[in-house]
Design a binder for this molecule. Structure first.
Ligand code: MLT
Length: 257
């Protein structure tokens, strides 16, 4: 198997299990190995939740844990879905220069480079209050209908999304939301990135639609290769809903590094 790794960062309010079907394809086809950590405050993470999960905090956790995720000097592609994409861009901003020899490319899945506007920040506040009042069911109610394509109804992907949301501790979800509201625009990071980039977006993504993906793909003038791939039969969780198509696109990227 190639010694390339895909360091994959999950979205909100999810966990590392969202990468399972994609990892099975990539590792089964010997394209790359997948390292998918749980961000702090959930799942297998040994770090407790903080009050606010700034994207910079997650990015620094990832950098500190890198030796146990991607061993030695192994090269890796950085991959993030939605909140994981925001974390990946912050990781590049803070740690990209130091890891320049190992970091071979970027995969941005169903995410965007813009910060929240005032309306978005107000909605995060409401979402925090709803979780405080009624627990994680509030996140399930708010997120579950938007995360998947209508075509994914009744699939194992739908069941897993539900399980991941309900498994997220309420304090973790609230800290995530507070951090998401604080994040900054990351187009400057894309502007200087000079490795191959794959931007992936489910055709039915209702949270970060194709216009967000187009804006990111257009913002990488120094990347030697940029591909925008619209994933058929998928919504915001494209790597989970259609892992075969996403794995093929990553295989194509891996050939270019
Ligand atoms: C996610 O899937 O990580 C979230 O939808 C991101 C966001 O709400 O901005």
């Amino acid at each position: 198997m190639s010694e390339n790794f895909l360091l994959s960062v999950h979205g909100y309010p999810l966990d590392r299990r969202m990468w399972g079907p994609l990892a099975a394809r990539l590792e089964g086809d010997r394209i790359c190995r997948v390292a998918a950590p749980d961000l702090r405050g959930r799942g297998t993470s040994r770090r407790p939740a903080a009050d606010v999960h700034a994207m910079s905090l997650f990015a620094d956790d990832l950098a500190a844990d890198l030796p146990s995720l991607v061993p030695g000097d192994a090269p890796f592609l950085l991959c993030g879905l939605s909140m994981g994409g925001y974390v990946s861009l912050e990781f590049l901003r803070r740690h990209g220069a130091r890891l320049r020899n190992r970091l071979k490319g970027l995969v941005l899945c169903d995410t965007k480079a813009t910060a929240d506007d005032d309306t978005g920040r107000a909605k995060r506040k409401e979402a925090i209050e709803a979780i405080r009042r009624t627990g994680i069911d509030a996140a399930l109610e708010a997120m579950a209908p938007k995360l998947l394509s209508p075509r994914s109804k009744g699939t194992p992907a739908e069941a897993l999304v539900r399980e991941m949301i309900l498994g997220t501790p309420p304090a973790t979800a609230m800290a995530d939301l507070a951090g998401l509201a604080l994040r900054s625009d990351a187009f400057d990071v894309l502007g200087v990135f000079d490795r191959p980039v794959l931007v992936v977006c489910g055709e039915d993504d209702a949270i970060t639609p194709i216009t967000d993906a187009e804006a990111m793909a257009a913002a990488c003038p120094n990347a030697p290769f940029v591909r925008l791939f619209t994933v058929p039969r998928a919504g915001h969780m494209a790597p989970l809903e259609n892992p075969g198509e996403v794995a093929s696109a990553i295989a194509d990227l891996a050939k270019r590094i």
